[in-house]
Design a protein around this ligand. Structure first.
Ligand code: GLU
Length: 284
């Protein structure tokens, strides 16, 4: 028997569309890390976005993973775990404030609305208690007062298999939303709560989610949750070096499957970082 704690990984797709090659890469890597460590591989369907999540996409995801030869040990749905997220939100209540801004208002108040990651300008943080009370009947999200949260949590780091020891800088992400207007929870809160509740030891996901980890690390500290190891792997890019988009004509896994392609062969190719013609692995 090995002495170390078991490796637990997860693949956590949002059923808002069909999976593509990048998802397959994440799933294969998460699966193999667990299997290699005698651990468990979890499949978590991140279906809290009721307006965009579709049951038919869930069906397709399950089929795609089977086609890739990836068996999961446990299947969960975030839509069935909402109480956990509400409880976590309650624990953070004194750091949250209601935000009444619409997307259009936020875009208009930013000097560079098309920049990489627009940071909320903090408009509703400055509302008086009386203004807040008067507007509570209007649709609102809940944002975290990041400056106060960072002060409370103190300095934080995490370990990333690619980037090494990372100093968390959640302040750069601004006052992110922890409870949405149009959904019962936010991505950040749900992911952080679930990774801890499900005993995930290693989070394997694309480097496009690296910035989110600054927020997740902060939430772990505030909620008293453990910090997993992170593996933010490079994304699959087109021949032009840009991340996969429609113009690259990257086929959905379902289309490859339905076209008779061999899913096990694709998994094996991804294990060797061999990609179909026209695609390659980007920078870490
Ligand atoms: N549900 C997220 C997505 O599909 C991934 C969450 C995660 O791996 O942390 O982009």
């Amino acid at each position: 028997m090995s002495g170390g704690p078991a490796v637990v990984t997860r693949f956590a797709p949002s059923p808002t569309g069909r999976l593509h090659l990048g998802h397959a890469l994440s799933a294969v890597r998460a699966h193999d890390l667990a299997r290699g460590g005698g651990g468990r591989f979890l499949l978590r369907i991140e279906d809290i976005d009721g307006t965009r999540s579709r049951p038919e996409h869930v069906e397709t995801i399950l089929r795609d993973l089977g086609w890739l030869g990836l068996a999961w040990d446990e299947l969960s749905f975030q839509s069935e775990r909402l109480d956990l997220y509400t409880a976590a939100q309650g624990q953070l209540a004194d750091l949250l404030y209601p935000c009444f801004c619409t997307r259009a208002e936020i875009a208009a108040s930013l000097s560079a609305p098309h920049g990489p990651a627009p940071v909320y300008p903090g408009t509703c943080r400055h509302l008086s208690p009386a203004d807040r009370r008067a507007r509570m009947g209007q649709p609102h999200s809940w944002r975290i007062d990041m400056a106060r949260a960072v002060e409370r949590a103190g300095p934080l780091t995490w370990h990333d298999a690619y980037a090494g020891e990372v100093i968390a800088d959640p302040l750069a992400q601004g006052d992110v939303i922890l409870a949405r207007k149009d959904a019962p929870a936010s991505y950040h809160l749900a992911v952080t709560v679930d990774d801890a509740a499900q005993g995930v030891s290693d989070v394997v996901r694309g480097v496009d989610l690296f910035d989110a980890t600054h927020v997740h690390r902060l939430l772990q500290a505030l909620l008293g949750l453990p910090t997993p190891r992170y593996h933010h792997h490079p994304l699959i890019v087109g021949a032009d070096g840009q991340r996969l988009a429609k113009r690259h004509g990257a086929p959905a896994l379902a289309a490859m499957r339905e076209g008779g392609a061999d899913g096990h062969a694709l998994s094996d190719a991804l294990r060797r970082n061999m990609l179909p013609a026209g695609f390659r692995l980007g920078e870490a």
